[in-house]
Write a protein that binds this ligand. Structure first.
Ligand code: KIV
Length: 282
């Protein structure tokens, strides 16, 4: 299988073919996604909420991200792998942004993602100048959740819609290879997608983006705390997992499992000899 590159993603936009992206945080899911041909895998800082049990993405550290990037990397042969720079790993200085982006690349990523508009342009430029591809992320940016006042649709009035368009243009000029558009009205996403020559990847941004990303735990129905309106749930694994665990618990408690079918047997002769051996030990 040929490895997906930035050129492939750009070519997909030009041909009007959709780019597929999903989040992964461990080896088994990454392996399955890679096998079915997902174009790009994002080790998102959503890790904090769907895997580590934090209330938001803010507590996620570089150490936690890199631990999961390395696990995901072991499952990926073909997909383009993107690591999400966590909160406060790139905001303070260009030097720190480059150093942390570099750590993702050393762990096996093909690119990094970071959140923010015009204000993060110097950080994006510094990382791109270091030879590291950057995916932008605007609209609803979960790392700024306190400032935004909650998980809500962005760009609903002219002023904020204009700001999002300006952010998209500024990010493209700064050298990002694509932009995630999160939770914005579909008309705005369509306009931005048409204006940019780089791909847009939507999440809660309607059908007109160049690609789509969702959190794997959301589409599989594993994360039960909340499901945003923009998520389509393709399987209800939480119910299946709970049923399997309940069945296991019941069978262990009743002695139904493990049966001899799930056990190893000593050959009759060895067993007899062992018994005689033990008799002699008495
Ligand atoms: O952290 C994440 O998973 C993300 C995507 C959902 C875009 O940023």
């Amino acid at each position: 299988m040929k490895k997906v590159t930035l050129l492939d993603l750009q070519a997909k936009k030009q041909r009007g073919e959709k780019i597929t992206m999903l989040t992964a945080y461990d080896y088994p899911f990454a392996h399955l996604m890679d096998e079915v041909g997902i174009d790009t895998i994002l080790v998102g800082d959503s890790l904090g909420m769907v895997v580590l049990g934090y209330e938001s993405t803010l507590p996620v550290t570089m150490e936690e991200m890199l631990h999961h990037v390395k696990a995901v990397k072991r499952g990926v042969n073909r997909a383009f792998l993107i690591g999400d720079l966590p909160f406060m790993s790139y905001q303070a200085s260009e030097e720190e942004a480059v150093r942390n982006a570099g750590a993702f690349m050393k762990a096996g990523c093909d690119a990094v993602k970071l959140e923010g508009g015009k204000k993060v342009v110097p950080k994006i430029k510094a990382i791109v100048n270091a030879g590291i591809p950057v995916l932008g992320h605007i609209g609803l940016t979960p790392q700024s959740i306190s400032k935004l006042g909650g998980y809500r649709v962005q760009g609903r009035d002219i002023k904020s819609a204009r700001r999002i368009i300006e952010d998209a243009l500024a990010l493209e000029a700064a050298g990002v290879f694509g932009i995630v558009l999160e939770c914005i009205p579909y008309q705005l996403a369509k306009l931005i997608t048409e204006r940019l020559s780089i791909p847009t990847i939507g999440i809660g941004a309607g059908p007109y983006c160049d690609g789509q990303v969702l959190v794997i735990h959301d589409i599989l129905g594993i994360f039960e705390k909340f499901t945003p309106r923009f998520v389509k749930v393709y399987a209800n694994l939480a119910t299946q997992i709970k049923t399997a665990i309940k069945d296991y618990k019941k069978e262990v408690e009743t002695g139904e499992f493990p049966s001899l079918n799930h056990s190893y047997e000593l050959p009759e002769e060895t067993w007899e000899n062992l018994l005689q051996d033990i008799e002699k030990m008495k």
